[in-house]
Design a protein around this ligand. Structure first.
Ligand code: B12
Ligand code: SF4
Length: 600
């Protein structure tokens, strides 16, 4: 039985680490010990040292419930403060010298990084995501080197960044990452398991404090790769082969049975509409319970947690989860019920996380089970399906829209990365509206080859379409970040038609709209301007004037600034002059292409 550590670098991300969740299922199938961590790496070491120390303390005196002193012991390990040690020792009548010696030994073990000499994991698997999380990812890999013997062989690195910047990672860390998917047997060990096809182990998400903003969903891919090769996209490198159908049915049933039914279906497919099996995919989604109007009632999460504790599936995770569920219920209950619940939790020392143990959770459950079941949330909620990466307007036919309209898709995201596909895009929105899909959204790539006015025009098209078709289209402008080279390691890249000021101006507007632009022409015109000239005025505007628009306008300061700005000598400001010309040209081209936006 090997000790396996799954690590996700401590960056902020929305979705759980699907790669590691599959690896967890894989290693558990091989009967290995699996632990998952994402968070402060020092805390991780402390937690591990505490586990060792607790074993020793139990050996010294097993009549003491050491876990009751966990937070003080951790505090001492972290700080080596004499006063904490004295307080602790005063609580114990016997074996004081032995206890003191062990406390001192383990606090030195931490302080002097002795743990590096005794690596306790056989393998560390690190997942990676965006290239611009370079620093945090490299820091995590370096940290992991102290946790295994032979880091070169026993640290495995995979995921998005590992697949697009493998050479750079090897240069920086000396470890060769795995490129692409784990979609063949025998990649990690000599067996015939295809890791990519395994169901996700949801239990690991409860081992950590980090809460993924997107949770309570079935995650997966029903296709892989993409048939196109857009130069700004990493998909052709990460998933080079297009797979037109992957069945999710069995994995959904597995998750439902082992970890509880999830509310939504979040599909990460890069280009699902390119699939020849699109009809089969929709049929399977419906069969899995995601039909129009489908409702979801939360399962009894505490019941699942206790069952899994009894089975010994991930004790750390289910102790944490049960504790949180009990606390939430305690807050929710009132009067006598609350008192009854409180008394039971108190008796079994379940009011504090540090004192919560598996045996007591199992003991208390039959006593509070009935109240818990009666008062837990059972309100039906609507289920949604989200093709999170958006669908490709160029593949959207009437037949495919009819199929999409059968599932509770919300929102339908249609990519509008380039003004060149405007005609196809407008057709796609109109087709969707025709078949009753009115909750729409889209990603608008900018800061690539595009000009600022391209972004304005695409946003304006959306606002106009909302009015014309009575639909909602939320636009999410997405700033281009390069995929390769040093420039991909942060978010500083500036496209050839953009500059820092313009990018900041867009971010300033988006910050006040929480990153999305909804329907409502008057709102849009206020946020981004009535026409391209006004849009440029906003781009040039000082940031505080953008954020506190009304305030500065009412004071008349914005107008004063604009007058002063226009007095700048255009000959000294040649770029500004050039821009005016380019805007004029774009306007003509644009009016010619559609003929529909007469305001230009
Ligand atoms: C879902 C997704 C999102 C989600 C969030 C993802 C998350 N995890 O939190 C959302 C929608 C929020 C999102 C946002 C963005 N995204 Co995005 N996103 C994706 C997508 C579709 C999947 C990423 C993912 O989570 N994969 C889960 C993986 C890791 O699981 P898996 O595939 O099952 O794992 C397999 C392998 O990777 C491997 N593996 C994984 N881990 C490990 C570990 C080990 C040890 C081993 C051996 C193997 C291994 O084996 C697994 C089994 O086969 C990718 C495209 C893609 N197809 O990969 C783009 C992608 C990562 N996104 C991209 C971009 C650009 C963005 C944005 C920056 C867009 C923007 N301009 O705003 C934003 C950034 C948001 C932010 N934080 O600032 C780019 C990344 C470019 C870059 N420079 O890094 C990608 C590659 C898409 C593209 N078109 O190029 N994104
Ligand atoms: S269509 Fe989408 S997924 Fe495919 S290569 Fe282009 S941007 Fe990437």
């Amino acid at each position: 039985m090997r000790n396996i550590l799954l690590l996700e670098p401590n960056y902020k991300n929305k979705y759980p680490p699907l790669g590691l969740m599959k690896l967890s299922t894989y290693y558990k199938e091989l009967k290995d010990n699996v632990r998952f961590y994402k968070g402060d790496l020092k805390e991780f070491i402390l937690e591990d040292i505490y586990i060792e120390l607790e074993k020793k303390l139990n050996y010294i005196d097993d009549t003491i419930d050491w876990y009751l002193y966990k937070s003080e012991i951790l505090q001492f390990l972290k700080t080596s403060r004499k006063s904490i040690q004295n307080d602790l020792l005063s609580s114990f009548k016997n074996n004081q010298p032995l206890i003191a010696e062990n406390l001192k030994y383990y606090s030195n073990y931490y302080k002097k990084k002795e743990y590096l000499k005794y690596p306790k994991y056989d393998k560390v698997c690190i997942t990676t995501l965006f290239t611009f999380y370079w620093d945090k990812t490299i820091e995590t890999i370096e940290f992991a080197k102290g946790l295994v013997k032979e880091p070169k062989r026993n640290i495995l690195i995979g995921g998005v960044m590992a697949s697009v910047l493998p050479k750079e990672i090897e240069e920086a860390t000396g470890i060769k990452p795995h490129i692409g998917l784990l979609d063949k047997a025998g990649i990690l060990d000599d067996n015939d398991i295809i890791i990519d096809e395994l169901p996700l182990d949801y239990s690991i998400l409860d081992e950590i404090d980090y809460k993924y903003p997107e949770s309570n969903g079935y995650y997966g891919y029903m296709t892989r790769g993409c048939k196109r090769k857009c130069p700004f996209c990493a998909v052709p490198t990460i998933e080079p082969k297009y797979k037109s159908y992957i069945s999710l049915k069995d994995n959904i049933s597995y998750v439902k049975e082992n970890f509880g039914d999830q509310r939504n279906l979040l599909l990460l497919d890069n280009n699902v509409l390119a699939s020849k099996d699109f009809e089969v995919i929709i049929d399977e989604i419906i069969e899995a319970g995601f039909y129009k109007g489908a409702k979801y009632i939360e399962p009894n999460w505490l019941d699942i947690a206790i069952k899994n504790l009894k089975k010994g599936i991930n004790d750390k995770a289910y102790i944490k989860k049960s504790y949180q569920l009990l606390q939430n219920m305690l807050q929710k209950l009132k009067g006598e019920n609350q008192q009854f619940f409180y008394d039971n939790l108190e008796e079994y020392r379940l009011l504090k996380y540090q004192t919560t143990i598996k045996e007591n959770l199992i003991k208390v459950y039959p006593l509070i089970k009935e109240i818990y079941e009666k008062y837990r949330n059972k309100a039906p909620k609507t289920r949604y399906v989200d093709f999170n990466q958006g669908v490709d307007a160029r593949y959207l036919t009437e037949e495919k829209v009819k199929l999409l309209a059968k599932i509770p898709i919300r929102p339908l995201r249609i990519a509008f990365d380039d003004l060149k596909i405007e005609k196809k895009y407008i057709e796609a929105i109109k087709l969707s509206a025709k078949y009753g899909i009115t909750n729409l959204s889209n990603y608008l790539l900018y800061n690539y080859d595009d000009k600022p006015e391209d972004l304005y025009i695409r946003m304006k098209i959306n606002v106009e379409l909302c009015e014309e078709l009575e639909v909602s289209i939320y636009s999410f402008p997405m700033k281009y970040i390069p995929i390769y080279g040093d420039i991909s390691k942060n978010r500083e890249f500036i496209g050839k038609h953009w500059n820092k000021k313009f990018i900041r101006a867009i971010q300033a507007v988006l910050n006040s709209t929480k990153g999305k632009i909804g329907r409502g022409k008057s709102f849009f015109e206020k946020a981004f301007g009535k026409n391209i000239d006004e849009f440029y005025k906003i781009l040039y505007m000082p940031e505080p004037f953008i954020i506190y628009r009304l305030y500065f306008e009412e004071l008349g300061i914005t107008e004063q600034w604009w007058e002063a700005f226009n007095k700048l000598n255009p000959l000294n400001n040649y770029q500004c002059f050039q821009r005016q010309e380019k805007v004029a040209n774009t306007r003509q081209i644009y009016a010619g292409a559609t003929g529909s936006f007469k305001y230009i």
